[in-house]
Design a protein around this ligand. Structure first.
Ligand code: ADP
Length: 183
């Protein structure tokens, strides 16, 4: 494994599917191995880099292109990145893939609308179903699931720690992170 082994784990999935939760657990695991890492979380990006953007298709596309731009800069300079944004549109994810080539690893964080609505950690689904929030992905706005993602993580089947472990094993398998040091 080379020092310059940047990659982007591009998480996509519905709100509440587990993207943020799994990204943080994986970050902890990677840091324990001495790996650098940046997380570009959709909610955080919308607070700064994309502040002021809304949820129309146009604004969503701009937001995702910005995330892809930064992920590309970091990963091509050897810093691994996890992006954790819904990124609902296939065509923009494919643009990101084209930009990053082999460094792009699409990870479908999969959970049904029903499951996410049941979790409803932020109370957003209740508001989406009542119409208080418009253009809510999976309820009143499209979500285009990936057709050939490198990894699928079914969060209805795996607790978050297990999901992080699956991704860690995948990265090891591809020789993108240092192997665990035997204790
Ligand atoms: P997203 O970033 O995809 O919107 P979050 O990680 O913010 O999702 O929220 C997912 C919520 O669902 C968290 O509160 C998490 O604790 C909870 N959760 C319950 N079961 C799971 C699971 N199996 N995997 C991931 N998250 C889960």
């Amino acid at each position: 494994m080379s020092e310059e082994n940047g990659f982007t784990l591009w998480f996509t999935g519905l709100s509440g599917a587990g993207k943020t939760t799994i990204s943080h657990l994986l970050a902890t695991d990677l840091e324990a191995r001495g790996s650098k890492l940046e997380i570009l979380d959709g909610d955080v990006v919308r607070e700064n880099l994309s502040k002021g953007l809304g949820f129309s298709k146009e604004d969503r596309d701009i937001n995702i292109r910005r995330i892809a731009f930064v992920a590309d800069l970091l990963s091509r300079n050897g810093t691994p990145v996890i992006t954790a944004a819904i990124s609902p549109y296939r065509s923009i994810r494919d643009e990101a893939r084209e930009l990053m080539g082999d460094r792009f690893i699409e990870v479908y964080i999969e959970a049904s609308v029903d499951t996410c609505a049941e979790r409803d950690v932020k109370g957003l689904y209740a508001k989406a179903f009542s119409g208080e929030i418009k253009e809510f992905t999976g309820v009143s706005d499209p979500y285009e699931a990936p057709e050939n993602p490198e990894v699928v993580i079914k969060t209805e089947e795996h607790p978050p720690e297990e999901s992080a472990a699956i991704l860690l094993a995948y990265l090891e398998e591809r020789d993108l992170i240092p192997a665990a040091v035997a204790s």
